[in-house]
Design a binder for this molecule. Sequence first.
Ligand SMILES: Cc1cc2nc3c(=O)[nH]c(=O)nc-3n(C[C@H](O)[C@H](O)[C@H](O)COP(=O)(O)OP(=O)(O)OC[C@H]3O[C@@H](n4cnc5c(N)ncnc54)[C@H](O)[C@@H]3O)c2cc1C
Length: 403
Amino acid sequence: MTEKVVIAGAGHAAGQLVASLKQQKFAGQIVLVGDEPYLPYQRPPLSKKFLSGDMPVERLYVKPASFYDDPQIELRLETLITEIDRDSKTLKTDSGDITYDKLILALGSKVRRLAIEGADLDGVHYLRSIADVDGIHAELQHKKNAVIVGAGYIGLEVAAVIRQLGLAVTVVEMADRVMSRVVSPEISDFYQIEHTTQGVKLRLSTGIAAFRGEGRISAVETAEGELIPADFVVVGIGIVPNVELASDAGLTVEDGIVVNDQCQTSDPNIYAVGDCTTHPNSIYDRRLRLESVHNALEQAKTAVSNICSKETHYSQVPWFWSDQYDLKLQIAGLSTGYDDIVIRGNPADRSFACLYLKDSKLIATDAVNSPKEFVHSKTLIAARTVVDRDKLADTKVPLKELY
Ligand SMILES: Cc1cc2nc3c(=O)[nH]c(=O)nc-3n(C[C@H](O)[C@H](O)[C@H](O)COP(=O)(O)OP(=O)(O)OC[C@H]3O[C@@H](n4cnc5c(N)ncnc54)[C@H](O)[C@@H]3O)c2cc1C
């Protein structure tokens, strides 16, 4: 019987792990170990309402402090895990060893950093944690010119918030369109027009050569030699999963910690969930490494069910969202490899969807201010049936009639 579950990492997935262990009436000891000084919290608002100042810090927490006030739960915050010793089933940390019966790795990811001249100047920010937002908030008090490096979800969300606070914002992106890794050119065009209309300057197909300044950043130098004035910079160029502890311990690691559809690693006593994992997905028939709340929460529930002897398998349609200005972009599925695209609705109405097909089956949908299209797409994608593209395009035909 499992008497002690140790959770490594105290982020979003970890909060759900503790909640699920309690829901499943796990009777043993739960130890939650994380290096941040906070209770498990949600990161999406960090580039949205928490950044804009419209959400207090308490609302970020997955569960209130009282939830962890339980003799069954031991909280070890501000504790860095340095090693997993699988032979003795022990976690080594900077404040002592912790033994486990079952270990769940919920280590998340870290930001990808720019290795260029001036990278260490004051005023260069990244965005992953509450502490990072504190640093950006301090800049917002007195500064006028912000440069955002990277036009992915996070870069564009930050651009939207900061622009709405009245600062001059320039976004610099290496690709020739925004969000190019995740959406089609049709959606990129729509968002480019929106940001430009809001007064954001977009520099596409532009690399960064250096950050310039004396001690503190004053300008961003592009690869073409242009100097863009910058009082501060926020870099959002992607993340890297935290896999080092797992690989050093000899667990199988690819572009994430390899787990099966029960969230079990190559060691049956160690599970892994959330951003740090790669898992098999039967809908797309390949392994996925996802950076999303949905994945973190569902993998957490799956791992706990299996630890509590209720065999559960995880394979779902992934989904994501992004809030920019008054636009809610909801993404169901993964559009990689699509061979046909259907636009449902009219972008000029600020409510439409882009539906991606492969072999006449729906594989993904990007829905802009169209929650019904998003919800029904998830079911249509999972059904993997051939769909009539004319009906998909016809807003008078509800998507729910197509499955
Ligand atoms: C600004 C921002 C906006 C986002 N917006 C969205 C969104 O709109 N929609 C969406 O679906 N997703 C969004 N995401 C992604 C989402 O937040 C992540 O997918 C989610 O947090 C993953 O949860 P996790 O528990 O796997 O990792 P995390 O929440 O990152 O938790 C991992 C924890 O482990 C800790 N840790 C790592 N290594 C160690 C160690 N050696 N010792 C101790 N502790 C350690 C980390 O410090 C961290 O606290 C956003 C992320 C960010 C940063």
